[in-house]
Design a protein around this ligand. Structure first.
Ligand SMILES: [Ca+2]
Ligand SMILES: [Ca+2]
Length: 219
């Protein structure tokens, strides 16, 4: 049991460091495919996930060869669902691909070949050349934070950079609009996470360039 908890913490730590995991999947390895099985799809789907969306989800990771579990987001971070920006390399490539076009409430089983997961070397406790399977449940899909439309909405004083207060205001409006207002610690946690990942020069502001690092052509 102890081993399991330690390994969960390790995986989250690695993924939150903008993913060393992704380094091993190079362009010429992209032939190998991610397999997606939809386990549950809600009847109503107002918003499908796309690149740049902020996703809130739980995911469990298993080794394909024996079904053993190596990651469990439900026992990590006191069981809070994980946040990440889809399609920009914050998780392994196979998940960035497999979580596209998901509705809130949808569940999928996503099988990822080693080249799009942990590669030839593996990543303890995932062995070398391992195909991995993730069971994913998406709770919410929000536009941004990487669409420039969202950036312009957040940047209230139009100075081309975002303060924590500006990001918080935007998130609050977004959740209230969706009929699910949250408490202060909830917003603080998301904002800390967003700034940790985006404020690369650590000056307490997210510049347009930091915000949109993967899509400079839109600037
Ligand atoms: Ca601003
Ligand atoms: Ca900055």
């Amino acid at each position: 049991m102890m081993w399991k908890l330690v390994s969960c913490t390790l995986c989250f730590f690695v993924s939150s460091q903008l993913s060393l995991w992704c380094v091993w999947a190079t362009a010429d390895e992209l032939d190998s495919e991610v397999k997606i099985e939809v386990l549950f799809k809600p009847e109503e789907c107002t918003q499908k996930s796309k690149k740049g969306d902020l996703i809130n989800l739980h995911y469990d990771g298993f080794l394909a060869k024996d079904g053993s579990q190596f990651y469990c987001s439900r026992s990590d971070k006191a069981g809070h669902p994980q946040w990440f920006v889809l399609g920009v390399g914050q998780v392994i490539k196979g998940l960035d691909i497999g979580i596209m076009e998901m509705c809130p409430g949808e569940k999928r089983k996503i099988t990822v070949p080693p080249a799009l997961a942990f590669g030839e070397k593996g990543k303890d406790p995932v062995p070398p050349n391992a195909t991995v399977v993730f069971e994913v449940e998406v709770y919410s899909v929000s536009r941004g934070p990487r669409s420039m439309e969202a950036f312009r909405q957040m940047d209230i004083d139009k100075d081309q950079s975002l303060t924590k207060a500006e990001v918080k205001e935007y998130l609050k409006l977004d959740y209230e609009k969706g009929g699910k207002p949250r408490d202060e610690p909830f917003y603080e946690k998301i904002i800390t996470d967003i700034f940790h990942k985006s404020d690369r020069d650590r000056d307490g502001l997210i510049s347009a360039r930091e915000y949109n690092i993967y899509e400079h052509d839109e600037l």
